[in-house]
Design a protein around this ligand. Structure first.
Ligand SMILES: Nc1nc2c(ncn2[C@@H]2O[C@H](COP(=O)(O)OP(=O)(O)OP(=O)(O)O)[C@@H](O)[C@H]2O)c(=O)[nH]1
Ligand SMILES: [Mg+2]
Length: 382
C-alpha cells in the first residue's frame, strides 16, 4: 500500500477535492442548493432510504448528511450489488449489522431485489402506518448511485399493487452524475398515502481525502472530466496491482491462460499478436463475443505485465513504471493505433467502461474497517 500512497501523493497530490478552489470544481452550484432543500425535507421525512454504491459502502456516504440521517428511521441500500464482490459483501453486511444499522444490498433494476427493500421499509414503518394519514419516504445519496432507477422500480411495483395515479410518471435515469436536479414526489400507496421523494445526488463540499474522491470518480459519482480519465485509471491500476488481482484472472481464464504459462516461461519477449487466439472477422461476430475477447486480451495484458514485473509494488517509482508499461500493453490489447496522440485517453475511457460495467469482475474498493460496534456506521475511512 505504501507504493500506492506515494503515487497518490506524487501524481495526484496537487488535486484537492475542495469546492472552494484548486484545479477541480466538482461541486456545482445546484448541489449546494439541493443539499439545503434535502436537509429541509429530511426534517419531515418518516423514513429515509440512503442509497450507497455497493462497491464503496463508506466512500459513497455523504458525510455532511450523516448526523441528520442517523437520527431518522433509515435503511441503507447498497445498490449496484451486481457489480460488487459477493464474498466481501457479506462482511459489509456483518459490519452494518454490528452497528445496528439496517442495510440491504440491492440491484435497482431487479424487481425481486427492490421488493425485499420495500418489505423492510414497510416493516420499519409499521407503527406509523397505522396512525398517520400521509407518509414521506425520502431517497437520498451521492450522484449516480441509482436513486432514480430505484424510485422507478418502487413505483412500478407499487402500481401493480395499488391503483396509483400518474402511472406513467418516471424519473429520468442516466449513466452520468447530476441527472436529477429537482426533488420530485411519487405516490406509491393510499390509506395511508405514501410518497417517495427522488432527490438530486449531492456530495460534500470538501471530500476528506484523495482516495475517497478517486473512488467516487471510479464509481461515476464525480464527472470524469473533473479528475481526468487517465488519473482515475492510474488509481484503478494501482489498486489492482497492489491487490494482485490480475494474478487471479489466470484462474478465471484457466483454459485460455494455458498458453500464457508457456509463453511467459519460454519467452521473455512476447508478442500479443502471436498469442492472440484465432479470430474470425469482426463483422461476423456478435458484440458479446467481441467484448469477451476484449476482456480476455485486457486481463491477459495486465496479468503478463504484473507477472513479469521485477520491481517492488510498495515502491512508488516501481509502481508508476509498471502502470506506464500497462498503459502500453492495454493499448496493444485494445488495438488502439500506436500513434494516436490521444491513445492514453482512449485506453483509459475503454478500461473505465469495462470496469464500470462489471466486465473485469465484481469489486469492492473500500476496506471493511475494524471497529467497535458503537462507531460502526462511520462515514468515511479513517
Ligand atoms: N449495474 C447497475 N447499474 C445500475 C443499478 N442501478 C442503477 N444503475 C445505473 O446507474 C446509472 C445511474 O442511475 P440513476 O438512477 O440515474 O442514478 P441517480 O442516483 O438517480 O443519479 P443522479 O440523479 O445523477 O444523482 C444508470 O446508468 C443506471 O442504469 C444497479 O443496481 N446495477
Ligand atoms: Mg437521479
Amino acid at each position: 500500500m505504501a507504493g500506492m500512497k506515494g503515487l497518490l501523493k506524487k501524481g495526484l497530490g496537487e488535486m484537492g477535492f475542495n469546492a472552494g478552489g484548486g484545479v477541480i470544481n466538482w461541486f456545482p452550484g445546484h448541489m449546494a442548493a439541493a443539499s439545503r432543500a434535502i436537509r429541509n425535507r429530511l426534517k419531515v421525512a418518516d423514513l429515509v432510504i440512503e442509497v450507497r454504491d455497493a462497491r464503496i459502502p463508506l466512500s459513497s456516504a455523504n458525510a455532511d448528511l450523516q448526523p441528520q440521517l442517523s437520527g431518522k428511521r433509515r435503511v441503507i441500500a447498497l445498490n449496484k450489488k451486481d457489480l460488487a464482490n459477493p464474498n466481501i459483501m457479506h462482511k459489509w453486511i456483518h459490519y452494518f449489522d454490528t452497528g445496528k444499522q439496517d442495510c440491504l444490498p440491492i440491484n435497482a433494476h431487479s424487481k425481486s431485489s427492490v421488493k425485499k427493500l420495500l418489505e423492510l421499509v414497510e416493516f420499519k414503518l409499521k407503527e406509523v402506518i397505522s396512525r398517520e394519514p400521509t407518509l414521506l419516504v425520502m431517497v437520498v445519496g451521492v450522484p449516480n448511485v441509482g436513486k432514480s432507477a430505484l424510485i422507478n422500480s418502487i413505483h412500478q411495483i407499487a402500481s401493480s399493487r395499488f391503483p396509483v395515479q400518474e402511472k406513467k410518471k418516471r424519473a429520468t435515469v442516466g449513466p452520468l452524475p447530476g441527472v436529477t436536479q429537482d426533488i420530485a414526489g411519487y405516490k406509491i400507496a393510499h390509506q395511508p398515502s405514501i410518497y417517495v421523494l427522488d432527490t438530486p445526488g449531492v456530495l460534500v463540499p470538501s471530500i476528506p481525502d484523495i482516495e475517497t474522491g478517486l473512488k467516487l470518480a471510479l464509481a461515476g459519482s464525480v464527472k470524469d472530466s473533473v479528475v481526468g480519465e487517465e488519473r482515475i485509471v492510474q488509481y484503478l491500476l494501482a489498486i489492482l496491482n497492489t491487490r494482485g488481482t490480475p494474478l487471479h484472472w489466470k484462474h478465471l481464464n484457466n483454459r485460455r491462460m494455458e498458453g500464457i504459462r508457456y509463453d511467459s516461461e519460454q519467452r521473455h519477449e512476447y508478442n500479443l499478436k502471436d498469442l492472440r487466439p484465432k479470430r474470425r472477422n469482426l463483422p461476423n461476430k456478435s458484440d458479446a463475443v467481441y467484448i469477451e475477447d476484449l476482456v480476455w486480451e485486457v486481463q491477459r495484458a495486465l496479468y503478463l505485465t504484473l507477472m513479469e514485473f521485477r520491481g517492488n509494488a510498495e515502491d512508488e517509482g516501481d509502481l508508476e513504471n509498471l502502470i506506464d508499461q500497462q498503459f502500453g500493453a492495454l493499448q496493444k490489447a485494445m488495438k488502439i493505433p500506436h500513434k494516436a496522440s490521444e491513445a492514453r485517453l482512449m485506453v483509459s475511457k475503454k478500461f473505465l467502461t469495462l470496469f464500470r460495467t462489471g466486465k473485469l469482475g465484481p469489486f469492492i474498493l473500500d476496506d471493511v474497517p475494524h471497529t467497535d460496534a458503537e462507531s460502526c456506521v462511520v462515514t468515511h475511512k479513517e
